[in-house]
Write a protein that binds this ligand. Structure first.
Ligand SMILES: Nc1ncnc2c1ncn2[C@@H]1O[C@H](COP(=O)(O)OP(=O)(O)OP(=O)(O)O)[C@@H](O)[C@H]1O
Length: 340
């Protein structure tokens, strides 16, 4: 089911939690809202679910207005499923009965609701766990039960509020794969909020970067990473360094050195963003610098490099060992010039 947000606002007293959000989320899309704690992500999700009333703007699901100036459809009539961090499963019910619960609540007989529950457990590869209680499942398996229960409730849109936040890094990676598999298998429109940019990149078709109640940029993970719309998005997504440059005829000059730029920025002074993978460290050529700090990250070093006239230090990556204080030659292979 498509999700349309038009100029959506929500304040709590003087606190503008959602301050004018617009988006068109296509049917079947996996849409991530990414932002730091307190930026308004949860409030936006709760507005879509109907758990909060918008102060202003319109929210439509599948072409039907759910929230508008004189309309507020209650949560139970929106056909949305909500998956929280805690998954909110019934501890005293088996996995099968947890998933059968929405069907029974909607008036299906117990036997039919259980039969359908088994179909949904099949979608999340948990048929072998139907008789267990939630306490006897791993975090990832509990999440799959929560997803199966959304399907059983007839959800046409699934809203997920940081569902992987409580999991260890290994299980998180496994669950990212599972979520994308589940999404492909179910085809359900998904709005997913997280403060973890790596997670958003991994699972989303499109990412909205949110700050202070607004979307700063909406784009594919690659657009957001490679072509950030402004300094705030650039800083929030991955590592990199903002440097002042002069653009002339499709190249930028940094500290007297010429660097290729992506796109077609206008000539003149600008700010460029350089990802660590576009910083080459070596013994010859480029600019003279000094390693500020180097951390071994398994297979590579994450370093900062001090260059005269450039503040703050440049973030770089190296597969060769580096030590703090060591002299190094630095070349920039490519830069992204931020739109004015
Ligand atoms: N029910 C409420 N009453 C008052 N203020 C609220 C309420 N819910 C949220 N807020 C405020 O609205 C702002 C946005 O909160 P929200 O929970 O949407 O942020 P978030 O981005 O989801 O944060 P987190 O990642 O920490 O959950 C915050 O300043 C918060 O304190």
């Amino acid at each position: 089911m498509s999700v349309v947000l038009e100029n959506v606002h929500k304040s709590f007293g003087a606190d503008r939690a959602v301050a004018g959000v617009d988006a068109e989320i296509a049917t079947g899309e996996f849409f991530c809202v990414l932002g730091a704690s307190g930026c308004g992500k949860s409030t936006l999700l709760r507005l879509i679910a109907g758990l909060e009333m918008a102060d202003q703007g319109r929210i439509a699901l599948g072409g039907q207005t759910m929230s508008g100036p004189d309309r507020h459809v209650p949560p139970e009539d929106r056909r949305t499923g909500f998956v929280f961090q805690s998954y909110a499963l019934w501890p005293h019910l088996s996995v099968r009965d947890n998933v059968a619960f929405p069907g029974e609540a909607q008036g299906l007989g117990k036997a039919e609701a259980r039969r359908q529950a088994m179909d949904h457990l099949e979608t999340v590869s948990l048929t072998g766990f139907a008789d267990r209680k939630p306490a006897a499942l791993s975090g990832g398996q509990r999440q799959r039960v929560a997803l199966a229960r959304c399907l059983a409730g007839g959800a046409r849109t699934i809203l997920m509020d940081e569902p992987l936040a409580n999991l260890d890094p290994h299980l998180r990676a496994v669950m990212e794969e599972e979520l994308t598999r589940f999404h492909r298998a179910s085809g359900v429109t998904t709005v997913y909020i997280t403060h973890d940019q790596r997670e958003a990149m991994a699972v989303a078709d499109r990412v909205a970067v949110m700050e202070k109640g607004r979307f700063l940029q909406v784009g594919t993970p690659r657009e957001i990473y490679e072509r950030p719309a402004n300094a705030a998005v650039a800083r929030f997504i991955g590592r990199g360094t903002l440097v002042p440059v002069t653009v002339d005829g499709g190249r930028a000059t940094v500290n007297g050195h010429s660097v290729a730029v992506d796109g077609e920025p206008a000539d003149g002074p600008a700010t460029a963003f350089i990802r660590p993978e576009h910083v080459t460290l070596g013994n010859a050529g480029g600019m003279e610098g000094r390693v500020g700090a180097a951390l071994y990250r398994g297979g590579h070093w994450e370093a900062t490099v001090l260059l005269p006239g450039i503040e703050p230090p440049v973030q770089a990556t190296s597969t060769e060992p580096l030590a703090a204080g060591e002299p190094v030659r630095v070349a920039f292979d490519k830069a992204w010039v931020l739109p004015a």
